[in-house]
Design a protein around this ligand. Structure first.
Ligand code: KG4
Ligand code: ZN
Length: 353
């Protein structure tokens, strides 16, 4: 059957940066299918992701996930017009599985392939939910590996990195505090849940880079490792006295410190750059206090906030297909077939070369 060329191209998105194997199909701004398999359950007993296990799980999950996505969208492989696959940042072994799959499909079907930046995809996915992204916006990407502020002039072609964390990412800091308190891995959602039961001002933890000279020098940067150490010291000192710390109050105070920094600097970036919208993405954007505090502070500053629903916050194929669709629409040159995974792909690079 001949393809309907009047329609926007059908883009297949493949995500395999960490533990999720995601496959999605997008046409223009429309998400036709989004399927995810995860190997996260295997890591609880290790307290962290084991790259070797994750790579094998991608290998096992890829074809069933692809089939499920094609079924859900009601399309065949021959209907696809372009392939987008996460090229980084992420775990090299995991990335390699998705990239091999993407390259095999693209070369056998004779299609262009885009090795896309998965972190930018965390912002792109919002365009599938709430309609096209604004012309210009501030991007706040918060995940297990990233906490960055971006000035996005065009997500497919023009992204400026304003700043980021100098040490731990927000999700990583939450996971570490979770471990300290004996919570299951990944600790982020558990710390978030406990924080809601505690008092935010019972324990005031330090806010990194938010006072004195640092506030100006590191205007859009974050630092969470000092905060994490402050929590560790607080817990250790109580335990030394034979007291069990109040986990809910610790989580509430800690969460407040992280989210105070993230939201204050995001709103500042929007005001400084005359942007009327902040788009948030990444696993940590599931955090309930981030959502609440950002909504409050942005509204007070007259700035809109767009955060995708929870299921699009953690890694998924839709974010990669969305990024691919934006690149195709902008007429960006596809990647060469010999591109490699880039575990440290810069946030100003949209496509692997
Ligand atoms: O974007 P993502 O799925 O993977 C990376 O690319 O890193 O983010 C995962 C991170 C983990 O650190 C996890 O603990 C954190 O997001 N996370 C949360 C919440 N949900 C997930 N952190 C705090 N509060 C949450 N509700
Ligand atoms: Zn991610």
């Amino acid at each position: 059957m001949e393809k309907n060329t009047a329609e926007a191209p059908l883009v297949l998105g493949i995500e395999s940066t960490c533990d999720e194997t995601g496959v999605a199909l997008v046409r223009g701004n429309t998400l036709l299918a989004d399927r995810t398999a995860t190997s996260m359950d295997e890591y609880a007993r290790y307290g962290g992701i084991i790259p070797e296990i994750a790579s094998r799980a991608h290998l096992e999950s890829f074809l069933p996930t692809l089939d499920a996505a094609l079924d859900e969208a009601g399309v065949a492989l021959s209907d696809i017009d372009a392939v987008a696959v996460a090229a980084g940042p992420g775990l090299v072994g995991s990335l390699t599985v998705g990239i091999c799959a993407g390259k095999t499909l693209a070369s056998t079907l004779g299609l262009p392939i885009y090795g896309v930046n998965h972190v930018l995809g965390h912002l792109a996915v919002d365009g599938l939910v709430e309609g096209p992204l604004p012309e210009r916006f501030i991007g706040l990407v918060v995940s297990g590996g990233h906490s960055n502020l971006l000035h996005v002039r065009n997500l497919a072609t023009d992204v400026e990195e304003l700043g980021g964390t100098l040490d731990d990412a927000a999700g990583e800091a939450f996971d570490k505090v979770g471990r300290l308190l004996g919570l299951p891995y990944p600790g982020g959602p558990h710390v978030d849940r406990l924080a809601r039961e505690g008092q935010r001002d019972a324990i005031v933890f330090p806010r990194g880079l938010s006072a004195g000279k640092d506030k100006h020098r590191y205007r859009y940067d974050f630092s969470f490792s000092g905060l994490k150490t402050a929590v560790a010291r607080y817990v250790a000192s109580l335990r030394a006295e034979g007291k069990e710390p109040d986990a809910a109050n610790i989580c509430a105070g800690f969460s407040e410190a992280v989210n105070d920094s993230l939201t204050a600097k995001a709103v500042q970036a929007a005001l400084d750059h005359d942007c009327d919208t902040i788009v948030v993405g990444g696993g940590f954007s599931a955090n309930s206090r981030l959502r609440e505090l950002l909504a409050e502070r942005a509204a007070a500053a007259g700035v809109q906030v767009r955060i995708p629903p929870l299921r699009f916050c953690t890694d998924n194929g839709a974010q990669i297909a969305a990024m691919g669709a934006l690149l195709v629409a902008a007429g960006v040159e596809p990647s060469p077939l010999d591109f490699s995974p880039d575990s440290g792909m810069p946030l100003t690079t949209m496509v692997a070369r």
